[in-house]
Design a protein around this ligand. Structure first.
Ligand code: EPZ
Length: 441
């Protein structure tokens, strides 16, 4: 398994461009299962999870053409399998999303239960409850969910928790149900809006995405008379946050391009309260902007002499609250604050796997229940550390940027799941980083 060796401390400079969102790309790729047209996604990020999803869709019989210009063309009209097996689903939980569209279009689906992962049990009860309300027969047998539906009928579905995946699964399934479905207490993440926009572009009728109440008018088939359907996925707000924090933690001057800053209010509020020095430049104000419809730019500056980062108290929450996917990265930043911080995780029950690794680098973080108590003014030192999950890995990268000497980060395949070209982007920011391929660990 590959490892990364980062030599710190780093003084970053230059600019990077944020890639398309992993957490938008995955459900949008699954939604192609609904379409009777051929659809093209123009800007899928080159990530391990995207490759895994392409493989899953091909295993179902989808014809997928990956073009040289990065565009990917999907034709899902001749599926020959309705099963997502354990091997596939245990690799990537998002595989479970295929159950909704397969049920809706083909009336059947056998999808392995995802099982837990490093950050928690990650059950799917909310998904199954919603599918049953739409009229699906659910049979849990042999570690699989065998679902079938002669006719799906619209329903009112109240989610017990605003689950992102359940909202996405039910939006897709309800798109082909007879009648109207209302999902109440729906997730409000920007990726939900992106998926709804994609479904509507393919001929669906989804309204209210981004609010807690989403209405879906079922249609007989998802198709349009438009002969060429293509789509651009939104930028990745979690990747953007990670690189912005990289600029702040190293007290550097960098530019992060292709950001939809309105997706990141909670993150910017916390960073401002900590005393970070950055500004947001919108397209119209960016006179060098070659593309009128470009997204925002975030420019990070060194802090004014004598201004130090302050500790914070943050609770993760469903959107628009502070995202759990930036919790680990914020914790790395909090280590360099001039006072203690407390970060409480409310979304996943085991999302502190980065803590023992950060403590190996000299951090002093104490866990009590779902709260982490973080000492500030920490001088991090290099140590061999291990990635355990995607965002924990990002926290280790950030720590390595400020630690003295060479930090060896093992099992970076976790990083490759969600950070496109991370070595290249870090190198472009003047980071001394080397990927050492292979090795048993
Ligand atoms: C999505 O996961 C994201 N993944 C996660 O990002 C993100 O952390 C999460 O939403 C929360 O924002 C993708 O979009 C591919 P949930 P998802 O359903 O859909 C519990 C990353 O790092 N729950 O909102 O799986 C669940 O156990 C990844 O990019 C149930 O109990 O998240 C968890 O504790 C990690 N029953 C909480 O809800 C259910 O039926 C949030 O889960 C469903 C969820």
């Amino acid at each position: 398994m590959d490892k990364l060796i980062i030599t710190g401390p780093s003084q970053l400079k230059g600019k990077i461009r944020v890639s398309s969102s992993k957490n938008s790309s995955l459900p949008i790729m699954v939604a192609t299962l609904l379409s009777e047209n051929i659809v093209t996604i123009n800007n899928l990020p080159k990530l391990r999870d995207v490759s895994t999803m392409l493989k899953l869709l091909k295993n179902l019989g989808a014809e997928i053409e990956e073009k040289d210009d990065g565009k990917v063309v999907f034709n899902t009209c001749k599926l020959n399998s309705y099963e997502a097996n354990y091997e596939m689903v245990k690799t990537m939980r998002a595989s479970f999303l295929v159950i909704g569209p397969l049920l809706a279009r083909y009336g059947k689906a056998s999808v392995s239960l995802p099982g837990g992962c490093a950050i928690g049990a990650r059950s799917i009860d909310i998904h199954l409850d919603g599918l049953a309300k739409l009229g699906a027969e659910i049979d849990l047998r042999g570690g699989y969910v065998h679902a079938s539906a002669k006719k799906l009928k619209g329903a009112e579905i109240l989610l017990s928790f605003p689950s992102v995946g359940a909202t996405e699964n039910l939006m897709m399934c309800a798109s082909l149900a007879e009648g109207t479905t209302v999902i109440k207490n729906a997730a409000r993440e920007p990726e939900i809006i992106d998926l709804a926009n994609f479904i509507n572009k393919m001929g669906g009728h989804v309204y209210g995405a981004g609010t807690s109440d989403i209405t879906i008018e079922g249609v007989k088939s998802i198709r349009t008379e438009v002969d060429y359907i293509d789509y651009n996925v939104i930028p990745d707000r979690i990747e953007a946050s990670t690189y912005i924090i990289a600029g702040i933690i190293t007290n550097s001057h960098i530019v992060v391009e292709n950001v939809i800053t309105k997706h990141m209010d909670a993150i910017f509020d916390v960073l401002k309260n900590m005393g970070a020095n950055f500004k947001i430049i919108s397209p119209e104000k960016n006179i060098n902007n070659a593309h009128a419809n470009e997204n925002d730019i975030v420019e990070i500056f060194p802090r004014v002499e004598g201004v130090e980062l302050k500790g914070i108290h943050v609770d993760t929450a469903p959107y628009p609250g502070f995202p759990t996917d930036v919790q680990a990265q914020l914790m790395a930043l909090a280590l360099s604050a001039n006072s203690p911080s407390v970060i409480t995780e409310h979304i996943f029950e085991n999302r502190f796997m980065h803590v023992p690794e950060l403590n190996r680098m000299g951090a002093n973080i104490l866990l009590k229940g779902n709260s982490a108590f973080i000492e500030g003014n920490t001088k991090l030192t290099a140590a061999p550390v291990m990635c355990t999950d995607l965002r924990a890995s990002a926290a280790l990268i950030l720590a390595a940027l400020v630690a003295e000497c060479e930090t060896e980060i093992c099992r970076v395949y976790h990083l490759d799941r969600g950070y496109e070209f991370i070595d290249r982007k870090l190198t472009n920011l003047n980071v001394l980083v080397k990927r050492v391929p292979g090795g048993p660990f």
